[in-house]
Design a protein around this ligand. Sequence first.
Ligand SMILES: CC(C)(COP(=O)(O)OP(=O)(O)OC[C@H]1O[C@@H](n2cnc3c(N)ncnc32)[C@H](O)[C@@H]1OP(=O)(O)O)[C@@H](O)C(=O)NCCC(=O)NCCS
Length: 193
Amino acid sequence: MRPDLETVADHLDPRVPDWAMPSVRPARREDLSGLAAIEEEGDRQFAQRFGGVDWPPPVSGADRAAEPGFLLVVGDPVVGFAHVLDLGDGCWHLEQLAVAPAHQRQGVGSALLDAVHAEVEARGGSEVTLLTYADVPWNAPWYARHGYARVDPASRLAPMLEVERRLGLERHGPRVAMCRPVGGLTPPSGSRS
Ligand SMILES: CC(C)(COP(=O)(O)OP(=O)(O)OC[C@H]1O[C@@H](n2cnc3c(N)ncnc32)[C@H](O)[C@@H]1OP(=O)(O)O)[C@@H](O)C(=O)NCCC(=O)NCCS
């Protein structure tokens, strides 16, 4: 082997080039049945953190598909998905983002989030809202690194907060509303960390 040439091992650094990022696609009918299991696995991480709580059952893929909005997925079979609701009047709400634990921390969640922003922009939206736990490391702090800022959940998010209250989500910690502009002068997308 020529000693002046670099080996593959010289370049095994952790930076993931753009072309190797997980590819995101719109959900197909056959993907729907796998979504609830992914959500349930993600919910188990909350149960571990909060201590064996009764968690609301996951929403079925079919129920998600019946809502106005869009569903994006990664993998075949699916290993992660994002469900965005069209609230009307140009308002888009990230209702769920979940990645199967075995596939987490490899950029799948970030790729889905970037695709959500691009899709909302393509559909003429100017911002995305969400509700999440303030103090869970992979919730509000992670979204903040992806350009989301806390907002007053009054007005259009109030009905969703009410649903969350009924489900008892607030028992485990403060929930916060967050919003991120898309298109135009958007904040830089978060890095993997
Ligand atoms: C939030 C979620 C979608 C992120 O997916 P992901 O594919 O791991 O995201 P990325 O790989 O793009 O980002 C990884 C970063 O997220 C943060 N993160 C992810 N899991 C974490 C954990 N268990 N503890 C602390 N930080 C975590 C870290 O900053 C991590 O970077 P690092 O690995 O360099 O430390 C995923 O954790 C998940 O599905 N969680 C359960 C469901 C959920 O909470 N959804 C959001 C509801 S609002």
